[in-house]
Design a protein around this ligand. Sequence first.
Ligand SMILES: [Zn+2]
Length: 562
Amino acid sequence: MKEVPGVFFWQFFLLNLFSDYVILGVNPPQTAFYFIPGLAAITAWVEALIFKAIAGRRPSGFRKGAAYVYYWLLLIVHNLLLFTDLFLLFQFNTVFSQQSLDLILGTNPKEAEEFLVAYLTPQLLIGGIAAIVLFNCALYFAGRAIANFGRRHLWIHIVRYLFVLAGAAVLGYMVYGFVRYRHGAQIPTFTVPTRVAYSFIQRYANNRRTERLIEVCRNAQVEKGRTPDFDIVFVLGESYSVYHSPLYGYNKPSTPNQTKWVADSSLTVFTDVVTTEDWTQKVLTSIFCPGESAAEFGNHPLFPVLLRKAGWPVRLYDNEFLVSADSYFFSRPDLSELMFDSRNDRFEKYDGDLVAKVQPTDSAAFTMIHLMGQHFQYVDRYPESYARFTANDYDSERFSAKQREILAHYDNATYYNDAVLGQIVDKFANRDAIVVYVSDHGEEIYDCRDYFGHGNALSADVIDYQLRVPMMIWTSETFRREHPGLQEAIDRAAGKRISTNDLAHFFLDLAGVNTTELYPARSFINDSYNPGRPRVVLNSIDFDRRAVKAPEPTFPAPVAAK
Ligand SMILES: [Zn+2]
């Protein structure tokens, strides 16, 4: 038992390392690959410290027993979590997370039993147990071999402490991120113990906020406002970058419809819009809640609830969220009932198939269409007939072959997205209607480093690519004729500073809803709009005072369709 702490560390280091790296199966951020060895080392180090504290210097009697119990419990818990992850990965292409926890806890006992009977065959059970025993024996002997080797070679200990120090540095970076940006750069998901703890904390926090929010929504008071007299269509896009949009100066003709609408003046393009966060869930939260910041979510009624109380029918067509057991507010059935009169109950492969289901109603309504847009993987976002661009269309001096291929997929997705917007506009062209398009966040596609995606603006030198978003408003001929004052206000706002955090106020104002939740200084079509309000992004950065700025998108430079 004397040499045990050394063996203990290496055995659990290997176990942690193996378990943590399972996350590579679900495409984590690239940083996961580099951060995990340090995180595994510091986790094993803490586990070994606890072991030493229990066992004492000369383990005997009670302490020896307690140390054994601790060792076996730890081993069993680690194995359970590891094999849960592997099972989820191979069966459902996911790992333990708040979403899978929501799914598990939202499953009723009968469903759970049927599920276990279907998947947990005797062969799998016996094979699984044999694999677990073999795997753990291998780790134990490997740990013992390294510990023995380390007794003759001091440098092994130096390596160990370098790993532990690296782990401490990563954890420090995470704590800083949480304090400053409420954003741990996904590090909590990189180790199994923190991922599991974080899942439970998130679920608990989501549910508590939602309970409060439901009360607030139910009790919201709205004065009877204007009768809905025109259609409002709110199109929430996905991962559409201003830096890859011809409306903002991009040099590929990927948006023929939008370009045409700019030319015939039916489309107003907003040139300076930022979003508060770099991933969908947080952005949706900020758009739906009229509060000033994420901290106020739960204290204000969501804007669709206010629209409905004012007499507007509110409909949702969503290709990203459905009603489910997820604790996220957009998936909760009770909240969904408060927000929407109707909502689709299945996803469509392509956004166009979802839009095909949208039908204008007899009287005016508020229709929200939430697209998958240009979300990665880009190649999955467009039908083959929209493959307009190929790798050959991109600068081979600046981009590698793989990068050029991804750029082509992204531009094809944008090209298809433009056709989807065309489909939407066609449906409302002969009505008194306004279509508001905004992307939830931007996207990096090799703009400033060898990276594509979103959700980690902070790790780039410039946050602009993920946080600046295209926003545009299309209006029908009838709308422009019937509501010249509104049209004028929209056109006047096109160059103003806007944050998507204020959209709830714009929609309430546009719909003529009479509520104390509407703050005119935050509605960009209102005479009282204050464009000088700080645009806080990522919880604590004043976007207009950010340290490094990307070049301004050049506007307007629509490229003519081929
Ligand atoms: Zn998104």
